[in-house]
Write a protein that binds this ligand. Structure first.
Ligand SMILES: [Zn+2]
Length: 243
């Protein structure tokens, strides 16, 4: 029975490792953190498009200013470099010059406001990026640690499966067949006798079976759940079936 118990222990360890690996790959905490990263990325995109929007507005104003400067230059040239005899015309041109100058000042003020606003938005973005990077770094560490744990568990599983194959080759085919059938039907094949009862289904174990169970070479089943019964003291291996 020992060899079957060792094979069984191997399967139990493989299952435990597989469930641990799946638990890690479905780490709810990490999934939530990844969602937060996505939300932060969206926020960053919003902040960047806000800056782009303001920069476009600023560019429009700069074009307006350049255009105005060109027109103003023409008027100034006309007023001061040509001799205008028509007084009314001169009046109109001077009025235009003064209007354009105040318009120019207005645009310049707006441009200054835009610059201040863009500076503020860029500062906000930099601060946000700094916080985001710190957070991303933390999440990345968790991601890498989980990945390494999964790799480690996968390697363990492979090596355990290899050892199980070796043990199966050493086992008697008939016993192995019986073990596999039981494993398929009840999943848990072995049940410890505790206080003269089957620890899994709690049914009482009759005296003759109890005596046979003391002999590790004999295979005895629980009359009720059909699992293979064993006594703690009959076990001749430690927790690691592969040593
Ligand atoms: Zn039982």
């Amino acid at each position: 029975m020992d060899i079957l118990k060792r094979i069984d222990k191997g399967y139990i360890l493989v299952e435990k490792a597989k469930s641990k690996a799946s638990e890690i790959s479905n780490d709810i905490h990490l999934i939530e953190l990844e969602k937060k990263i996505n939300r932060l990325k969206e926020k960053e995109a919003c902040m960047r498009s806000r800056i782009d929007f303001e920069r476009n507005k600023l560019m429009e104003k700069e074009n307006q200013l350049a255009d105005l400067d060109k027109r103003l230059l023409n008027i100034v040239e006309e007023i001061y470099e040509t001799e205008i005899t028509d007084k009314d015309k001169l009046e109109v041109l001077k009025k235009m010059e003064s209007e354009m100058k105040s318009q120019r000042e207005e645009i310049q003020n707006l441009i200054l406001e835009d610059f201040t606003k863009i500076d503020r938005y860029i500062n906000d973005l930099n601060l946000f990026k700094y916080r985001y990077n710190t957070f991303e770094e933390r999440v990345s560490k968790i991601r890498i640690a989980n990945y390494e744990k999964i790799i480690y568990l996968d390697e363990k599983i492979k090596s355990m499966e290899k050892k199980i194959r070796k043990l199966r080759k050493m086992a008697e085919p008939e016993l192995l067949k019986m073990y596999d059938r039981k494993r398929e039907v009840c999943k848990i094949v072995f049940s410890k006798i505790e206080d003269k009862t089957c620890s899994l289904c709690k049914s009482e174990v009759p005296e003759p079976i109890l005596l046979n169970a003391c002999d590790s070479k004999k295979i005895v089943e629980c009359g009720n759940c059909k699992r293979i019964l064993f006594m703690e003291e009959t076990l001749k291996y430690d927790d690691n079936p592969f040593q």
